[in-house]
Design a protein around this ligand. Structure first.
Ligand code: ZN
Ligand code: ZN
Length: 261
């Protein structure tokens, strides 16, 4: 990979968000906890935090949520969409005062996995197993995942299609890694350009292109066997020169691949 093509990626930041509900009675707490869960789920849906419900604990009357943010300013209100804004307002109205945010340190799990996408001339739709919570849209310059909140807003329809396709892809991925029963079938589904899974992925890429305003390449996974010299869709040359971000790329069919995934 060419160093000049790499985007600047600061380490992800871990925070404790500390807050206290305004009242202690049972009915209030019930409503408070539901709102709190919706607020964090909404932030996580936009990749502004990486978070699981079990990351919240109680310290006396306070609640502490340990969250990982892709960038230090990811929690700032300037990134709120209408939905998050509404939930934030409701959540804050149930608190004694605005939450405190304490910086804990640098994340060691996801660091180097995300970039802001500012340098991206194109995107790559590609799923890799350990990043289930982050957007599968990668920066074409540095190969990192770009959090949803830093991409142009996607339509509800495209978001839903992407979400569904992603779950199916992960199901095949698990089948491939976890069992010898489903291994070859899953590999075929992920490596053949005409499988239903990949055709759907490429269809989503065309929708993403319209909404993101830049070319979106589809990543063809392959673990066994070799990619041929010719693009598996149009038959044209698709081998990339050394130092390119992927080993294969067909600009016409908008697909990319590595020698071995
Ligand atoms: Zn990048
Ligand atoms: Zn082609």
């Amino acid at each position: 990979m060419n160093d000049e093509s790499l985007c600047a990626v600061p380490p992800m930041a871990v925070y404790d968000m500390i807050f206290m509900p305004a009242r202690k009675d049972e009915d209030f707490i019930e409503d408070f906890e539901v709102t709190m869960a919706s607020f964090f789920t909404a932030l996580s849906g936009k990749n502004r935090i990486i978070f699981e419900t079990e990351n919240i604990c109680k310290q006396g009357a306070h609640y502490v949520a340990r969250i990982t943010a892709p960038f230090k300013d990811a929690l700032e209100e300037k990134y709120d969409d209408k939905y998050v804004k509404k939930l934030r307002e409701k959540f804050y109205s149930l608190l004694e005062k605005e939450p405190e945010l304490e910086y804990v340190g640098e994340d060691i799990c996801y660091t180097d996995c995300v970039c802001g996408g500012e340098e991206a001339q194109d995107y790559i739709l590609c799923i890799f197993p350990h990043l289930e919570d982050i957007s599968p849209i990668r920066c074409g310059q540095c190969w990192s995942n770009i959090p949803y909140y830093l991409l142009p807003e996607l339509s509800e329809e495209t978001r839903e299609e992407l979400r569904n396709w992603k779950s199916v892809y992960f199901a095949y991925d698990k089948l491939f890694y976890a069992t010898d029963i489903g291994e070859m079938g899953a590999h075929k589904m992920m490596s053949k350009v005409d499988s239903r899974l990949n055709k759907k992925g490429m269809e989503i890429c065309r929708k993403l292109e319209k909404e993101l305003g830049k070319p979106v390449y589809y990543y063809i996974y392959r673990f066994y066997g070799k990619h041929g010299k010719a693009c598996p869709i149009c038959g044209g040359e698709w081998k990339e020169p050394q130092g390119a971000i992927t080993d294969y790329r067909c600009r016409k069919c908008r697909i990319v691949a590595h020698e071995r995934s």
